[in-house]
Write a protein that binds this ligand. Structure first.
Ligand SMILES: Nc1ccn([C@H]2C[C@H](O)[C@@H](COP(=O)(O)OP(=O)(O)OP(=O)(O)O)O2)c(=O)n1
Ligand SMILES: [Mn+2]
Length: 560
């Protein structure tokens, strides 16, 4: 369990009622409305008015307890420290049994006039800003059982993936080796299920021992088998995803790579979960999400904020290292090193820090490169590269992959893939194309040029459209032989998470997938390839999906 570095509040044992943070309670009394129009409006709706509510802490997370307490007061209810004749509602954990409650409250029998209700009811009221019917949530009401069984069935329908490894941070743009810490989950009852995982931020999962042959891998539960959410609709859980992304970034920059990785997994799970999370149970049931992360998700849903994020991102160190790591070519380690060397501003870095050539470019173009461009601008950049390529050879194909091909409205860079259908005329194009793009001043800065003995050549640089007021934008160009097109196209279309899932699925099936090919007959020992296997014919992306045994997904459906 990743409990290291957790705030002391999380480490504290869940207390009895009297242990609870009275200060927060007072604070919420003092500032009932907050400043925003939204919170004022919310407070006008005192839908808990007149209710005398006691919460039984047993089984309820401390943070959730705190939120309930605060919200009860905020919405006009009376929070009770102990049971009295006035108590109208008792809120209990979902798993609470009546006889246990009687023992806790030292009751011989259940008093009349008090409702004993599962906490889901209160969560729902707080979410809906309304005093919802408690009928389905009352502890001694049989209907509740029906309802909870239904919820269980819904929650069972989670997509799971045994492993995502090969995480390589942006700017270290290459498929990397799996450095994931392995945890032995082999004793878990469902080999591929994540739903019962109690791991939190660092809950990377080891792949189960690679089964022999291809036949018995249940692919329907893999991330790459599922379509990502429909982009035309409003993305559900957008605020939660944004907050978790910030957490991941902060942890990455504070050298807590595995915790960051845990967040990445939760983000990915949220992105494939196409519905709004409405209950705590929804959050816990997410693939790859353990209790602690579920608590955070729920906190964001209930309050719109995440205290932990505010805490960790407000330090001078976090602000500075986050700013430094936004420079292209600067990773978390360098950002932290510069911070420890006493650098605090970009101007200061420019003057005194030891920057390599790429970092100098990154720093000079900091504002431009940090910003994502519109889809429209990415399209123009694609067109510019295409026209230049087709001046060299009209038969060349040039197409933007990455987020552009996945249909995103904004793009961090443009990833243009170049090939020729005849399988040979792509040769020699790479250098000519770069030359052509430099000649017109379109390419302004080179970052990385990979033109070794590989079948694919790759360029990372900076371009600028000739239009007035254009900004510098990151551009990647990849030239590939036509027989590698399908695998290259899949790789450069991404998303990175979708790719990892595909690669892991291939491994589980005794194959291996790269941007070059899908190989069969791969032999591994202790995770290392002993035999690279032989490439399968993959004339189209569809054929790659078919060989992996998963349904074809359009680029838009790969935005995991
Ligand atoms: N660690 C990585 C990095 C990249 N890629 C693949 C999938 C990406 O979709 C593609 C392009 O990489 P980008 O970093 O350009 O990512 P995107 O285009 O998806 O997003 P952005 O809009 O931020 O550029 O390369 C990958 O598989 N693994
Ligand atoms: Mn991209």
């Amino acid at each position: 369990m990743a409990s290291r570095n957790m705030p002391s509040t999380n480490k504290r044992k869940r207390g009895k009622n009297e242990d609870l943070d009275a200060e927060k309670c007072k604070k919420s009394k003092l500032e009932p409305g907050g400043n925003s129009a939204k919170s004022t409006a919310e407070n006008n709706n005192r839908f808990l008015n007149g209710l005398h509510i006691l919460i039984i802490s047993a089984g309820i997370q401390k943070f959730r307890f705190d939120i309930f307490k605060k919200q009860i007061i905020k919405y006009g209810g009376i929070y009770m420290e102990k049971f009295t004749d006035e108590t109208s509602h008792i809120i209990v954990d979902e798993k609470m049994e009546l006889d246990r409650l009687c023992r806790i409250l030292k009751w011989d029998s259940i008093p009349t006039g008090v409702k004993i209700i599962k906490s889901l009811w209160l969560s729902g009221c707080l979410k809906d800003n309304n005093l919802n019917s408690s009928a389905n949530f009352e502890l001694d009401n049989q209907e509740f059982r029906v309802q909870s069984v239904k919820n269980d069935l819904l929650n069972d329908n989670v997509k799971v993936e045994p492993s995502t490894s090969n995480y390589s941070p942006k700017n270290e743009h290459s498929p990397t080796k799996d450095h994931s810490p392995k945890k032995d989950h082999s004793s878990k009852k469902a080999a591929y299920s994540d739903a019962d995982s109690d791991y939190d931020e660092a809950n990377d999962r080891a792949l189960p021992a690679s089964p022999k042959g291809h036949k018995h891998i249940p692919t329907e539960k893999w991330v790459c088998s599922a379509a990502s959410s429909d982009k035309k609709k409003e993305i559900p859980n957008k605020n939660v995803i944004a907050k978790l992304e910030e957490m991941a970034k902060n942890y990455k920059n504070s050298a807590d790579k595995w915790r960051s990785f845990g967040y990445q997994k939760a983000i990915a799970a949220l992105k494939t979960y196409n519905k709004e999370i409405t209950t705590y149970e929804d959050a816990v049931a997410l693939r790859g999400v353990g209790k602690k992360l579920a608590d955070k998700i729920w906190e964001i849903i209930q309050t719109g904020e995440l205290r932990k994020l505010n805490e960790i991102s407000s330090t001078d160190e976090a602000k500075t290292t986050n700013m430094f790591s936004d420079i292209w070519g600067v990773g978390a380690t360098t950002a932290r090193l510069w911070y420890t060397q006493g650098h605090r501003t970009l101007a200061n870095l420019e003057k005194n820090a030891n920057l390599n050539r790429q970092q100098k470019v990154g720093l000079r173009l900091y504002d431009d490169l940090k910003e994502r461009m519109t889809r429209e601008e990415a399209g123009k950049i694609e067109q510019y590269v295409k026209e230049t390529a087709q001046k060299i050879n009209p038969g060349l194909i040039a197409m933007a992959c990455g987020s552009y091909r996945r249909g995103k409205q904004t793009c961090g860079d443009v990833d243009v893939l170049v090939t020729h259908p005849d399988g040979k005329s792509h040769k020699g194009v790479f250098q000519k194309l770069l030359h052509g793009l430099h000649e017109t001043g379109f390419l302004t800065d080179d970052l990385v040029t990979q033109d070794d003995h590989s079948t694919q050549q790759k360029y990372l640089g900076v371009c600028k459209l000739p239009e007035e007021g254009s900004q510098h934008r990151r551009l990647d160009i990849i030239v590939v032989p036509h027989n590698e097109l399908a695998c290259a196209l899949m790789y450069f279309t991404g998303s990175a998470h979708f790719n990892r899932s595909c690669r892991n699925l291939a491994i589980a099936k005794g194959m291996s997938l790269s941007e070059h090919s899908l190989n069969t007959g791969v032999i591994r020992s202790h995770g290392e390839k002993i035999n690279k296997g032989t490439p399968l014919p993959t004339p189209t992306e569809e054929s790659v999906f078919e060989l992996l045994g998963i349904p074809y997904r359009s680029p838009q459906e790969r935005d995991h």
